[in-house]
Design a protein around this ligand. Structure first.
Ligand code: CP
Ligand code: NVA
Length: 309
């Protein structure tokens, strides 16, 4: 019943609640039954354009397409002509003649929209400044593996209202999870994404809270999530950010204010001693490496759904 053939995967908001849920269930099945999908994308080629660094996205996408019987091509923007000023539109048109799908990690979200408009093959978001939907899908799979369902659980994001936070809040609320975000003044989530989240919450019955107080936010949390305080492209602000976010570290004290079996989540890469204490990052509550593995399984579901013939 999930028919996403030929579509782009730019943000979760482009899909229905049923479609996102079906992608999570498919990812779970693909993780459990690797062999069943071994030839699913036989002979298909995915190009992967990176305008920012990556470990997980790069390797998990390449592994995902290879596991599905296809081929992956790593394309670093500084070695492509886009690094010398060729337009993203021309790049999209040219690559569509060679490839069956394009994944891109880029800066402004408008840039991926322009690429998707120009390309005739599916375009997948491997992170923009605004969204990181493949990360959120992997995170939902991780929640699903722990809880077996979504409703009745609470996801709390503590820290910068960034791309990871945006996709997480949309995804969690779509699935009917309660959601809270604690961020310092000036670093709140994007106001239009907050509005969309509230609209979705009204549909799914999720309770959403936006606050400056991390202790208040984590009350009743089943999952506490954080991300880096300085995202790629913000390096010049890092000293100011270190200072602004200091009270928002996820540490043993904050974890103890949540549910007793609360799990710690992080998209990685992590900075121990900044957004998370070493004890929490490496402790029993941490599910960060499960999340990282789930990137590959979630992306297999995306690639299969968009690119299957
Ligand atoms: N979480 C994530 O997207 O990691 P990378 O930057 O290593 O791809
Ligand atoms: N918010 C981070 C996520 C990295 C995976 C960034 O954009 O750099």
């Amino acid at each position: 019943k999930l028919d996403l053939k030929g579509k782009d995967f730019l943000k979760l908001l482009d899909f229905s609640i049923e479609e996102v849920q079906a992608l999570v269930v498919l990812a779970d099945d693909m993780k459990k039954q690797k062999e069943k999908y071994a030839d699913a994308l036989k002979g298909q080629i995915l190009g992967m354009i990176f305008e920012k660094n990556s470990t997980r996205t790069r390797v998990s996408f390449e592994a995902a397409i290879l596991q599905l019987g296809g081929n992956g091509m790593f394309l670093s923007s500084d070695q492509l002509q886009i690094g010398r000023g060729e337009t993203i539109e021309d790049t999209g048109k040219v690559l569509s003649g060679y490839l069956d799908g394009i994944m891109i990690r880029t800066h402004g979200h408008d840039r991926i929209e322009t690429l998707a408009e120009a390309a005739s093959v599916p375009v997948i978001n491997g992170l923009t400044d605004l969204y990181h939907p493949c990360q959120a899908l992997a995170d939902l799979l991780t929640v699903y593996e722990h809880k077996g369902s979504f409703k009745g659980s609470k996801m709390v994001y503590v820290g910068d209202g960034n791309n990871v936070a945006h996709s997480l809040m949309i995804g969690a609320v779509m699935m009917g999870m309660d959601f809270a975000l604690a961020a310092p003044k000036g670093y709140e989530a994007d106001s239009s994404v907050i509005e969309k989240t509230k609209e979705l919450a009204a549909k799914t019955g999720a309770v959403v809270t936006f606050t400056e107080d991390p202790i208040e936010a984590v009350k009743g949390a089943d999952f506490i999530y954080t991300d880096v305080w300085t995202s790629m492209g913000q390096e010049e602000e890092s000293a100011v950010r270190l200072n602004a976010f200091a009270p928002y570290q996820v540490n043993e004290k904050l974890l103890s204010a949540a549910q007793a079996d609360c799990k710690f989540m992080h998209c990685l890469p992590a900075h121990r001693g900044e957004e998370v204490s070493a004890g929490v990052m490496d402790g029993d509550a941490s599910v960060v490496f499960q999340q990282a593995e789930n990137r590959m399984h979630a992306q297999k579901a995306v690639l299969y759904s968009l690119m299957k013939k």
